[in-house]
Design a protein around this ligand. Structure first.
Ligand code: ADP
Ligand code: MG
Length: 599
């Protein structure tokens, strides 16, 4: 008996949906991309319960004919490519013809659509791939798709959805990725009848400002410089933050040919361009748009992947690093791009001829070479000078000591003399050599362990603030904060919601007594968001880690011998004290052999 048979379309579509539509955010992305492909100038997104019950996208694009409306929901039905060759000249976001088929397989979809040349439009209702009705209707030009009860017929998927706050954050993140590349399109985003974002058409600058800006609310869009480089390989434009305006809370966005992408290697290029200019754990914010011949990147981009492969990554790395450096150097003068005055074009330095930026590519450049620059605790003031005469000063220090017991023994610490070096290291002489301990990291590791314990026992000590402070946040971070609130309160933050986008802070954890609470909280939010903490255990670890970093003794602080002994003694009681939770080295041995070799 033959046992192979073809799967019915509805089943095949459900399987495909598992790949394309993983959560409400991926559904939103597909719908909005379709509207953009349809040439819409105005796109409204209406969401209920973080997309679980409703995800609706209304556009004023070209609409569909009666026949196309029905075909659109078939698998591999697309108006965007006809043959494989077309893949190489793609100008649309979609091309696989999978999205609508996948969405209608796992939800209840109702669509009305009309083209300008048609008098009546078409209404179509599909539940789990079954067409319920199709009839003429009266509707405006464009398309209005309503996706209700996502995964109503796939309980497993439903179960894997995270909390509403997490899913809403995912929706907003996905939305940001799109709206930042389509500044000429009007967007609105409504969640449970509340308008979360209203983005009028404008320039890229204005769009960035509309999404993240608000002079009261943050500093990170208020002082950027423009990057603009044309080479044969790639063109790079965008905005990078001036070093003195960097924060711990960075917004980092790369786009290639109109698509958001993640690219850890290129991120490294930007970070390298800033090296020596930022305080420890400060990050540069940037919005960088690459334009590149589509043949030089992997065209068959998977709909859910945001990592993109480039043919010549090393060259682009160097061009990118050089352009960012150049932008930072050029605008080190008082010419800045101020987002508060969004209509002004980028000012050029006075009496300097306008010239095309020159990019010098150094083929011998090794991005991973450490520069031996000591990071100041505060952003460096005259960071421009750091470019002059940079030299490699690599010290060899044995860092890979696997055995914690043998590195430092309690009896070593009790009796020996301790020194502090360079405002940064505690030196402990031992039988095997000199152990160097990074004072800030050591203290941070100790505090982290303490905070985690307090979070589990919910008994953080609180210190009342003399003057309550106000924390204002963009919408997605308000959502995130409400998720973390019980834990933040448990650890000693006394805070109440003031308005839909602000909190007042009356008290902070005792260990943070002399810290400004607003940046501390912002740092926590950034950490949780970037590390993608979804479970309570994960976000508690992020909170503890972030607070520990804020509260730990800074570099440059002079320590008394008893303070040093206290830190070292408490450090060696931690289970893994050689490295911090972030993998950074805390303690390291400069061995006797190493020392003797020098003489
Ligand atoms: P793809 O976008 O990969 O072509 P989709 O399944 O997302 O595949 O959409 C199928 C087709 O339906 C599109 O090629 C397009 O012709 C049509 N379509 C989808 N959404 C819209 C819309 N909002 N406006 C006009 N046409 C649309
Ligand atoms: Mg599509």
């Amino acid at each position: 008996m033959d046992i192979i048979h073809l799967l019915p379309d509805s089943v095949a579509n459900q399987i495909a949906a598992g790949e394309v539509i993983q959560r409400p955010a991926s559904c939103l992305k597909e719908l909005v991309e379709n509207s953009l492909d349809a040439g819409a100038t105005r796109i409204q997104v209406i969401v209920r319960d973080a997309g679980r019950t409703l995800l609706q996208v209304i556009d004023d694009g070209i609409g569909m004919s009666e026949m196309d409306a029905r075909l659109a929901f078939e698998r591999h039905a697309t108006s965007k490519i006809r043959e494989a060759q077309d893949l190489f000249s793609l100008r649309t976001m979609g091309f696989r013809g999978e999205a609508l088929a996948s969405i209608c397989a796992v939800a209840q979809v109702e669509m009305t659509t009309r083209r300008a040349e048609d008098e009546t439009g078409t209404l179509l209702e599909i539940h789990g791939s079954d067409v319920i009705r199709q009839e003429p209707c009266v509707c405006p030009v464009g398309t209005n798709i309503k996706v209700s009860n996502l995964f109503f017929n796939v309980p497993v998927r439903r179960k894997f959805l995270k909390t509403d706050q997490t899913e809403l954050r995912n929706l907003l993140t996905e939305f940001y990725h799109i709206v930042l590349v389509y500044p000429k399109v009007n967007f609105t985003f409504v969640h449970n009848d509340e308008i979360l974002l209203e983005l009028p058409a404008g320039t890229e600058k204005q769009r960035i400002e509309a999404v993240f800006g608000n002079p009261k609310r943050n500093v990170y869009t208020s002082a950027f410089v423009e990057v603009n480089t044309e080479t044969e390989v790639v063109s790079i434009r965008g905005f990078v933050v001036k070093p003195e305006n960097a924060t711990r809370k960075a917004e980092q966005y790369f786009f290639v040919n109109g698509r958001y992408m993640r690219h850890p290697y290129f991120l490294k290029a930007v970070q390298t361009a800033y090296s020596g200019m930022l305080a420890a754990d400060y990050q540069p914010s940037f919005f960088i748009y690459f334009d590149i011949n589509p043949e030089a990147i992997d065209v068959n981009i998977h709909p859910t992947k945001t990592e993109i492969k480039f043919a010549d990554e090393q060259t682009i790395f160097q061009i990118l690093m050089a352009s960012v450096r150049e932008a930072l150097g050029k605008f080190a003068m008082p010419t800045t791009l101020d987002f508060d005055a969004p209509n002004i074009d980028i000012p050029l330095p006075a009496n300097q001829p306008v010239s095309t930026p020159q990019v010098v590519v150094d083929p011998a450049y090794n991005p991973f070479h450490s520069r031996g620059v000591i990071y100041p605790d505060k952003p460096q003031k005259n960071w421009e000078s750091l470019y002059e005469g940079l030299q490699n000063t690599d010290y060899k220090v044995q860092t890979d000591l696997s055995s914690e017991e043998t590195l430092l023994r309690a009896e070593d610490i009790e009796s020996c003399a301790l020194w502090q070096y360079g405002g940064k290291y505690i030196l402990v002489p031992t039988a095997n050599g000199i152990v160097l301990i990074n004072q800030h990291r050591a203290h941070a590791a100790i505090l982290r362990a303490q905070f985690i314990e307090q979070l589990t026992l919910t008994q953080g000590a609180m210190q009342q603030l003399l003057f309550p402070e106000v924390l204002e946040l963009p919408k997605d971070e308000m959502v995130l904060l409400s998720q973390l609130l019980p834990d933040l309160r448990a650890i000693g933050f006394d805070m109440e919601q003031l308005s839909p986008d602000s909190y007042s802070i009356q008290g902070i954890p005792a260990q943070l007594a002399n810290q400004a609470p607003v940046p501390v909280l912002q740092h926590i939010l950034t950490q949780v968001r970037e590390r993608g903490a979804d479970t309570q255990r994960e976000w508690r670890e992020q909170i503890a880690q972030s607070l520990a970093q804020s509260a730990a003794i800074p570099y440059g602080k002079t320590l008394s011998e008893s303070e040093m002994r206290d830190i070292v003694t408490r450090l060696v009681q931690l289970p893994n004290y050689l490295r911090g939770a972030d993998g950074k080295i805390i303690a390291s041995l400069l061995s006797n052999e190493e020392l003797n070799r020098r003489f």
